[in-house]
Ligand binder design. Structure first.
Ligand code: ZN
Length: 134
């Protein structure tokens, strides 16, 4: 498995519009678009910073994982995503090492990336996403 860069950091917010006032307005990190990922019941805003980006996540339904996260913990850092060269192979390797996965197979996330989440119980409490981009 070849982890390369921190692909993005996911931040759970109640409102992307409100959060952009700080991230874009105050910090000056330009938002490069907002995309809805229906399967995950989230809207995502991308704020690129050189090789990585901040992703703001807003729930689009009450039963969205992001809504549940905010209900339990409040707004804040939701997950860390690390890019790998071959996600299928990385998941096979982790399975062989006995690592608990949320996604056994890659699925398509925001920006068309292949993504998979590892279980926080296997990572010392970090919701870790692996992703592969072309
Ligand atoms: Zn992510």
């Amino acid at each position: 498995m070849k982890p390369t860069v921190v692909d993005h950091i996911g931040v759970a917010v109640k409102s992307i519009d409100e959060a952009l006032k700080f991230w874009q307005g105050t910090l000056g990190i330009e938002c490069h678009g907002v995309e809805e990922v229906a399967e995950q019941k989230v809207k995502t805003a991308f704020l690129p910073l050189r090789d990585t980006e901040v992703e703001l996540l807003e729930a689009t339904a009450e039963d969205s994982p992001v809504a549940k996260f905010i209900e339990a913990k409040g707004e804040g850092i939701h997950h860390l995503a690390i890019r790998v060269e071959n996600l299928e192979a990385a998941l096979e390797e982790l399975k062989a090492k006995g690592v608990r996965l949320i996604d056994e197979k890659p699925r398509i996330g925001a920006g068309g990336a292949k993504i998979a989440f590892l279980h926080p119980k296997a990572t010392g409490g970090v919701l870790l996403e692996l992703c592969e981009r072309d």
